[in-house]
Design a protein around this ligand. Structure first.
Ligand code: AMP
Ligand code: ZN
Length: 133
């Protein structure tokens, strides 16, 4: 399989490793959105959140917190935790991973979005569709 993250996990491609355990490799992003942009990559190849093992997934957020606490040495003002699934959502490497993106006031990293006005009716219909699915 031609997966760049599998190659990184297998040490076929070099990376800047911050931490490693049985389930995850934590590395610096090679093309960082901000200083300290970090990736938490599952060791098993799953394309995205829809296919990853739930047991592994359960360990991801506590690990993200531990790594986030280490990143605090960078004195960030804020931190985004981002996890993209599928091309339409901006996923480019189709192997489950989470982004930890340190943020500073006024840094203009393009993550944040503006909401649009919608009617109460639209939200009611949507709620019912999702609940009843
Ligand atoms: P995503 O768009 O959510 O799939 O994120 C993929 C991330 O992998 C991007 O932030 C890339 O900068 C990063 N990336 C791509 N190639 C490498 C690499 N060789 N080492 C580290 N990070 C990489
Ligand atoms: Zn992979």
């Amino acid at each position: 399989m031609d997966c760049i993250f599998c190659k990184i996990i297998n040490k076929e491609i070099p990376s800047f490793i911050l931490r490693e355990d049985d389930d995850f490799l934590v590395i610096l992003d090679r093309f960082p959105a901000s200083v300290g942009h970090t990736l938490i990559i599952s060791k098993t190849h799953s394309e995205d959140i829809f296919s990853i093992d739930r047991g592994i997934l359960k360990k991801a957020m506590p690990l993200a917190l531990d790594v986030a606490n280490k990143l605090r040495v960078l004195n960030f003002d804020g931190l985004n935790i981002v996890q993209n699934n599928r091309k339409a959502a901006g996923q480019t490497v189709f192997h489950f991973h989470m982004h930890l993106i340190p943020r500073w006031e006024g840094d203009s990293v393009p993550i944040n979005f503006a909401g649009r006005e919608v009617s109460v009716e639209e939200l009611e219909e949507l709620r019912d569709r999702i609940i009843n699915a």
